[in-house]
Design a binder for this molecule. Sequence first.
Ligand code: ADP
Length: 364
Amino acid sequence: EPPPPSRGGFRAAGGGQRRGFRVPRARSASPQPGGQQQQKKQKKQEEKKEEEDELPERLKGCDKELVKRIEQEVIDSGSPVTFEDVAGLADAKRSIQEMVIWPMQRPELFTGLRAVPKGMLLFGPPGTGKTLIGRAIASSSGATFFSISASSLMSKWIGESEKLVRTMFAVAGYKEPSVVFIDEVDSLLSQRNSNENEASRRLKTEFLVQLEGVGSGDASNKERVLVVGATNRPQELDEAARRRFVKRFYVPLPDDDARTTLLKTLLAKNRHCLTEADIEGYLVPKTDGFSGADMRNLCQEAAMGPMRDVGSKLFAAGGSIDESQIPPISLKHFDAALAVTAATVAQSDLEQYEAWNATFGSAR
Ligand code: ADP
């Protein structure tokens, strides 16, 4: 039974007990009359105490405000995701289990030749479950989940993105086991981008240094920090970046089975009158080429159908509306939804992913 997912809050070494830290009060610099010696001593003691109460040893030297913002904005403590919530992708899930989950749970069994990579890349079309897998890894290994997108690093954290990256990895080490999920990692690591300006070149360097740090795997580095990069444009990664992501998994579009699962799971939350044959014989072939996110959009659109059918009448009448007054979702609603929903991934893109997978992918 894996430990429950961490919900932020610093864990005291060894104890599993959590404690926060506080930002020190502004210290008064104004001299006060009388008992100066005594006051100085007292102040020193107070400062020492505050210091002890502040950041833990491991994070000394980090910017406290930044650590706090990371706790609030980068650590994701949303509801846990299991691998069962991820439809399809059996191969990727099995490999991740062996290479990531087991070692996170029992690091002492994965040493020497079994030492595990600290960097993993998930690549494939948008909306296929890469983020979902990242969250499932964190949830099922009881790891703290850090999630940040490269574009927010370069916009929201502008001017402090290098420092953020450095601090984030320090916090991840302190709160280990940790999973650091970097979305759109291509824009952080692409050659093209880093040629553009000095700031993004430095950011790239800092990130590679940090990746190297967690990946050094020497005996002194026992921190369990896994970096998961996600990208829709793996071909933009240069050789240095590829090398850091030792394992590279293709997350393709959902196949027939996965789309069946997706439809059934999505429909389970609402009343519908679709049969197995409607789903497997009609909707699954009709949605060939749809991503997981496309499937969700399609179902959301279809689910609005019954509401549109009766909504204006029901709402105009006022009074209480019972859910039973809303007709079930039917195939007719899916046909209407299919007319306005299309696959978002182009065939030519798929060929690129497959080619990249054949050259650089880690699938067995
Ligand atoms: P990505 O990170 O690959 O762009 P996400 O993991 O963010 O895609 O997926 C977006 C949404 O699409 C998810 O929140 C989920 O609702 C749905 N989805 C995509 N792929 C899957 C999948 N394999 N299983 C279940 N849901 C999926």
